[in-house]
Ligand binder design. Structure first.
Ligand code: GFB
Length: 330
């Protein structure tokens, strides 16, 4: 009996080791200057993956089919992390839906199809928690995809991301590729977009609160009612999860990545005020949209595989605000 267990463990170890990326593997991180891509580069570097293939937007336009094909033919990546995307917060998504659907569909089509054509061993596609229906039961299980209507403030972006998932699954089915798709919750961290109009709530709040403090303002404006809930994951945790999945997950079914905990926007505002050391009054601008009432991911699938988020919201906020002060404000 004991011998059988030992043999099984050895077998599992060997199988996992075979699936894991070699430290010399040629790894293309698409979108390496963005929030997610730059975190992936940090984590891959730390783990000793030294053969990273990186291209800035000026060097390679991922919406250009021919350029992408030429790049894959020349570089022959073994692994692809598809972290390049047009992203934005609730107002950006509502105002520019055509840009969000067009650019994301182009990037996904070009990178996924070229990964198939040029024999990439494995690709990881990053989706988003907004692909799930607006009124999903909570926490959201992976199987709720396409079970009801989407949130209208970001349905164009969500549909582009759902197309990316279906592409990965269809290429696996028809061509036997190994393309996996993960669904991260709302992300934040270093190299985020801190623009006051187009960004997501967490970086926008850091910028607003910091500005109010610097100006000595008595109050500042927060959009919506403050009553909706969001789950926030520090981006280095996400990057670790992506590398973990690349090395340990080979299934066409999508997989959620999050912390399993959410807060109201009002609670988030208090946490940002604490992190920055400012105690001004909050004015809620209810002419701005709230978006989906809640989107807490069920993360039991990835937790059961052996991955868990490390940073609490307070820890992640401290790292991000410090970086913001040092790098953006100077
Ligand atoms: O992060 P956020 O823009 O996007 O907004 P979603 C979350 C909530 O924060 C909304 C409120 O209820 C906003 O009204 N909020 C309060 C603010 N103050 C602000 C502010 O100054 N800026 C922003 N941006 N929000 C996005 C999707 O949805 O989430 C994307 O549009 C993507 O497609 C992303 O899925 C993860 O969480 O509502």
């Amino acid at each position: 009996m004991k011998k059988t267990y030992v043999l099984m463990i050895v077998f599992l170890f060997v199988t996992m080791a075979e699936c894991a990326m070699d430290k010399n593997a040629r790894i293309f991180v698409a979108g390496h200057r963005g929030l997610v891509g730059s975190a992936l580069v940090r984590i891959l570097d730390d783990l000793g993956y030294h053969n990273l293939i990186l291209r800035s937007h000026d060097e390679l336009d991922l919406t250009d089919k021919l350029a992408v094909e030429e790049f894959f033919a020349q570089e022959e990546p073994d692994y692809v992390f598809l972290a390049a995307a047009k992203v934005g917060g609730i107002v950006g998504n509502s105002r520019y839906p055509a840009d969000f659907i067009y650019e994301n569909l182009q990037i996904e089509t070009n990178v996924i199809h070229s990964s198939y054509r040029f024999g990439v061993k494995k690709l990881l596609f990053l989706g988003s928690s907004c692909i799930y229906p607006r009124m999903c039961p909570q926490p959201i299980k992976e199987e709720y995809l396409l079970s009801d209507y989407l949130e209208p403030t970001n349905d164009a972006y969500a549909i582009a991301k759902i197309a990316g998932i279906k592409m990965c699954q269809s290429y696996n089915k028809q061509y036997g590729t190994n393309f996996i798709a993960c669904m991260p919750t709302n992300l934040y961290g270093l190299n985020d977009n801190f623009d006051l109009e187009m960004s997501h709530v967490l970086p926008a709040l850091i910028a607003k609160v910091q500005k109010a403090k610097a100006n000595g303002d008595k109050n500042f404006v927060v959009w919506g009612t403050g009553q909706v809930k969001r789950e926030f994951l520090y981006v280095d945790d996400l990057a670790e999860a992506c590398v973990f999945l690349m090395n340990n997950y080979d299934d066409s079914d999508i997989i959620n990545i999050g912390t399993g905990e959410d807060v109201t926007i009002a609670q988030l505002v208090e946490a940002v005020k604490r992190a920055i050391g400012y105690d001004g009054e909050i004015i809620y601008d209810t002419t701005k949209p709230d978006g989906t009432p809640r989107k807490l991911l069920d993360v039991s699938k990835i937790n059961n595989l052996g991955w868990k988020a490390k940073h609490s919201l307070a820890d992640g906020l401290e790292l991000t605000t410090k970086w913001y002060k040092r790098t953006i404000i100077g």
